[in-house]
Design a protein around this ligand. Structure first.
Ligand SMILES: [Zn+2]
Length: 221
């Protein structure tokens, strides 16, 4: 069931002759349903020569098959471009607190908050990473192409992170905070810092942080 990861389709596509049936997992939000349907339509448009039955399942993003993984990324990229076109999505990327823009994008474009957050990271001028946390640990990371550090999965959320409040006390501040870069990036230079904005989703048992490089940009982390 849904864990907020927007890249997996959590839907299946079956094709028999000229007919296609898209089945969506139960319990998804409207934003997650829209993304799953757009993902499956993208398969239909782009991957017509692939096997006709059971082309896509919710488990496919975890596949170790490189070719299968490439098809899944292609379908999700297409869904992202259709649901959050650059010219429209960019309008939400100028807020000082990124979550204000991300929430507005999710509301206006009817997409899930994690999907809007990933789009924000891709379109942001500043190198940044989205860190999705479950049970007090990093579940997945979506860095922008220019983000210089490696944030490992399963890393525990450190006390200095504003997200720590959610894991420790059930609520966290949405204000931006300057944190040591080593809070997230084990190999970061001593004294290097990151700007972090956290948001908690108690209904999903998750928290997300957007970490970005401080201004002015440092020479290295
Ligand atoms: Zn798929």
């Amino acid at each position: 069931m849904s864990d907020g990861v927007p890249v997996g389709a959590r839907a299946t596509l079956a094709r028999v002759g000229a007919e296609s049936i898209i089945s969506i997992a139960a319990g998804l939000s409207i934003g997650e349903r829209r993304f799953a349907i757009a993902h499956e339509i993208a398969h239909l448009l782009m991957h017509a020569m692939q096997s006709s039955l059971g082309l896509c399942t919710g488990e496919d993003m975890a596949t170790t098959d490189d070719e299968r993984f490439r098809l899944e990324v292609e379908a999700s990229d297409c869904a992202t471009h259709v649901l959050m076109p650059v010219a429209i999505a960019r309008q939400f990327c100028g807020e000082t607190n990124p979550w204000h823009g991300i929430r507005a994008m999710a509301d206006e474009l009817l997409v899930s908050t994690p999907a809007a957050a990933r789009r924000f990271i891709e379109l942001s001028d500043r190198p940044a990473a989205l860190v999705y946390q479950v049970e007090g640990r990093v579940k997945w990371v979506h860095p922008s192409a220019a983000f210089p550090g490696f944030i490992p999965r399963k890393r525990s959320v450190r006390r200095e992170s504003p997200a720590f409040g959610f894991w420790n006390q059930g609520a966290c501040s949405n204000d931006g905070a300057v944190v040591p870069a080593r809070v997230w990036i084990p190999s970061a230079e001593e004294g290097a810092t990151l700007v972090e904005h956290a948001i908690a989703s108690p209904e999903f048992g998750s928290a997300m942080s957007i970490v970005s490089l401080p201004s002015p940009l440092p020479a290295e982390l």
